[in-house]
Write a protein that binds this ligand. Sequence first.
Ligand code: GDP
Length: 428
Amino acid sequence: MSVTAIVGANWGDEGKGKMTDVLAADSAFVVRFQGGSNAGHTIINHYGKFALRMLPSGVFQSGTTNVIGTGTALDTGVLMQELQMLAERGVPSPKLCVSERAQLVLSVHRLFDELEEERLGSGSFGSTKRGIAPFYADKYAKLGIQVADLYDRPRLRERLEQLLAAKNVLLRHHYNRPAIDVGQLIDELQEAAAALAPYVCNTTELLQEAYRSGQTILLEGQLGALRDPDHGIYPYSTSASTLAGYAPVGAGLPAAAVSNVVAVVKAYSSCVGAGPFVSELGGSEAEQLRQRGGDAGEYGVVTGRPRRVGWFDAVATRYGCMLQGATEVVLTNLDVLGYLDEIPVVVAYELEDGKTTVQFPATSKLHMAKPVIRTMPGWGSDISQIGRFDELPEAAKQYVAFIEASIGVPVMTVSVGPKREQVIARRR
Ligand code: GDP
């Protein structure tokens, strides 16, 4: 019996989707517990290459039930597009359950996200404009719409009227836009209600029962620890907790249910959007790493934006693993560094007052922090076809050992390519 959270230790894009697809083979349930369609998870398996944004990454395993949990920001349009896309590409129809208590991302949330980014101009936080920040703001302002509300017409109208009373004042007077009519939102949601109906259920009871009966549950995180709104690089963070500690809350499981926390760590750093990024590279060094990174270069799955890249950052990653409470690490993208004879790594930060630290500072101090760099020997070869840890070049093993020592968590798995089978289990 086990409940495992699989989460990011960095800024996101660590390769969680790939690893969830791998681990889903042994999981009865894969559960999304937070976030919405604002980040993509790349999965490459025998069906082809996919970039999932709303569906859990267990949809390619026929024995797995996929759950969109209560803590998520449910974008029904994206969900339906993804289900259709899977069907068109020959993937068997996945088992899917959507929490009746999950809340819906509405067109008005996407509109507000766009209008706010426009208003902020160069001071924007790099939103993917999927409506996530306005969605969570409304959720906590108690203006949100739960999935179950879709099937109670009078209640839905009343809830939407309350929401629009707040939104329309801002639309007219703050953003200078026309007000939204409640009928427009009701029409939109009628379609969503019909499409969602076959999947809606009480996922909390479902998962609690699965937990009690000892089934294997995988809780799939989105983004990474450094995007957590409490502990990350606020305000360049996301709007829902990205931490394993939140996983049982967003899924509807007891806090003590989570027995393993698998933190996914990238062998170098990458970051989408604005915010302090101490290990960031520029010029040709960045371009070389960006072109080689991931499965087709480091470009955002949702936005197509070039990702900012840097060397492995031991300060940020140690902090990320600590926040996640990682019990083990999967180190991804190790193959990408095969072009280097020497591999720089960030081992400490120098702060504005000249002091060095290995503790990740608050955003106000992070802005001025400079990386303290050490160099590790590179292996200068392609390791993407290697299937056993002891067959890796000595320098690659040393690099893994260095990461393990600097973050204080055992690296149990190494990923050497984007495909499902490019995974090396490390036995001890
Ligand atoms: P996620 O959001 O954490 O699932 O990560 P993304 O899918 O946004 O980004 C990870 C990128 O790295 C994708 O392009 C993956 O195909 C790719 N990837 C994952 N693991 C590896 C690996 O070990 N090596 C290489 N070269 N690419 C990988």
